[in-house]
Design a protein around this ligand. Structure first.
Ligand code: TYD
Ligand code: MG
Length: 457
């Protein structure tokens, strides 16, 4: 066999090169390349033996709906697509300290009522996990707990006819395969350990939770390489300064993505938030300029959030633009449209934009609410406190219709809002506000129509 040549792997994106470099060519990360032991080369093409013919079947079939394990934590079940599918693997990513271990310990305890659950921690000693379970009020739950990091030991323990129904590995970065030379947490280790555990989960039919840490660049370490191996990727996010935590599915082979679950971190662990809109609006003060309530959709749920803007004269030659919870490029676009189509020049101002409560919004439907918050702050005229806003802004200043207008309006009506500022052109399929109930609908076709709202009295 030819001598294995050295192999250098970027720990950020997993790309492989034959020589070391300070910067990864593929993803641009610095100091991320490490030498790892070469794996067996993959043989080229086919050699020897003939394959077996595969049988084709019709699309239509009588497969029964997947049986699912219900955790009983409603927000988690919904994000997973209605419970956990046996044999599937879920990757739970998030910043250190955000609450991944807490969530999975709570889920384990809840699941242990009707299933066999094993929680394997490589990060914390058994006593630490016990203490946490005690604090969460789950000290008596029937969860089998162990502290282990050796892949060989973990597989030997789980691979049997009496395998558990649910296995939590906290975290995959601590698991160590002794057949691989690289250090724990490197791409080779993480990938090999995950592949082995996923194979085992499929064979024994248990649900596998892998906890993965996110690096400061925002990917789970080693991890873009893990995302395609698992069935479901859940990110646990939130601002540690806020008590809200958001569980977001970014990939799900067994359900919709972009579904989110909202939790609150309390003294007794994570509690579910049944009505997120009320929570996100709880600290809002009415009649303040620069604040606007946006009626958004997260996954299948409507969610009202406050968007705050502050426009202040700047003494800097290139004024500051700071955005929390929204896209910087999108803000630049809305400001450019306000400038070019409505004559509102903000180039001499610092502009700050904040989505209150720590939520991150990705929908373009928030454009109009952002524009309203900016107009309100720069004119010092408040957006009416009982008004919700949504609509997409086009480059010529036109306001475009957005999906699920009725759902947004219904949520606004439910929370006691009285008026809504919405796009005038309805989507072809729906008339806006068909079920607006008590809401007064104010439609706008162009951003210029919005200016009238903010004339100082
Ligand atoms: P943890 O689950 O350890 O985070 P991760 O596994 O993602 O690193 O969460 C730790 C944080 O949660 C810690 O800062 C303390 C806080 N916390 C509470 O506020 N209440 C609780 O009941 C628990 C268990 C943790
Ligand atoms: Mg942890």
């Amino acid at each position: 066999m030819a001598k294995a040549s050295p192999r250098f792997v970027c720990q950020e994106c997993g790309s492989v090169t034959t020589k070391w470099a300070g910067k990864c060519e593929a993803c641009g990360a610095w100091n991320s390349i490490l030498e790892e032991a070469a794996r067996d080369e993959i043989p080229k093409g086919l050699s020897g033996g003939k394959g077996r013919r595969i049988d084709f079947v019709a699309l239509e079939g009588s497969s029964a709906p997947l049986p699912r394990l219900i955790t009983g934590i409603g927000e988690l079940d919904r994000v997973c697509g209605g419970g956990l599918v046996p044999g599937s693997c879920l990757l739970v990513g998030g910043d250190p300290g955000i609450g991944k271990s807490t969530l999975l310990l709570q889920a384990s305890a809840a699941l242990s009522a009707g299933a066999k659950v094993a929680y394997i921690s490589g990060e914390e000693a058994v006593d630490q996990v016990r203490m946490r379970a005690h604090r969460l009020g789950h000290a008596r739950a029937g969860v089998a707990l162990a502290s282990a990091t050796s892949l060989r030991d973990i597989v030997a323990t789980l691979d049997g006819p009496d395998a558990p129904n649910v296995v939590v590995i906290d975290s995959i970065q601590t698991v160590y395969a002794d057949s691989i030379e690289a250090a724990p947490g490197t791409v080779s280790q993480v990938r090999a350990a995950a592949a082995e555990l996923i194979r085992l989960a499929k064979r024994r039919g248990f649900v596998l939770f892998l906890v993965g840490h996110v690096t400061k660049e925002g990917t789970i370490a080693g991890p873009r390489v893990l995302e395609h191996m698992v069935d479901t990727v859940l990110y646990f996010e939130g601002d540690r300064g806020h008590q809200f935590r958001i569980l977001r599915a970014t990939k799900n082979r067994f359900g919709a993505t972009d579904e989110i679950g909202v939790f609150e971190m309390t003294e007794q662990g994570l509690s579910e938030v049944a009505n997120p809109s009320a929570l996100f609006l709880a600290e809002r003060r009415g009649n303040v300029s620069g604040s606007c309530v946006y009626a958004g959709i997260e996954g299948s749920r409507p969610m009202l959030v406050e968007i705050q803007a502050l426009v202040a004269p700047s003494s800097l030659s290139s004024p500051r633009r700071a955005v929390v919870g929204w896209d910087t490029g999108r803000l630049a676009m809305v400001m450019a449209v306000l400038d070019a189509r409505c004559g509102l020049a903000l180039s001499g101002n610092d502009v700050y934009l904040n989505v209150a409560g720590g939520l991150r919004i990705t929908e373009p439907a928030a454009d109009l609410a952002v524009a309203a918050a900016l107009l309100s702050s720069s004119s010092d005229v408040p957006v009416p406190a009982d008004m919700v806003v949504f609509g997409e802004v086009g480059l010529s200043g036109e306001i475009r219709a957005v999906a699920q207008a009725d759902l947004r309006l219904k949520e606004a009506a439910k929370l006691g809002f009285a008026q809504a500022l919405v796009p005038s052109r309805p989507r072809r399929d729906k008339s806006v506000g068909a079920s607006a109930g008590p809401l007064t609908i104010r439609t706008v076709g162009h951003l210029q129509d919005v200016l009238g709202l903010f004339r100082p009295a």
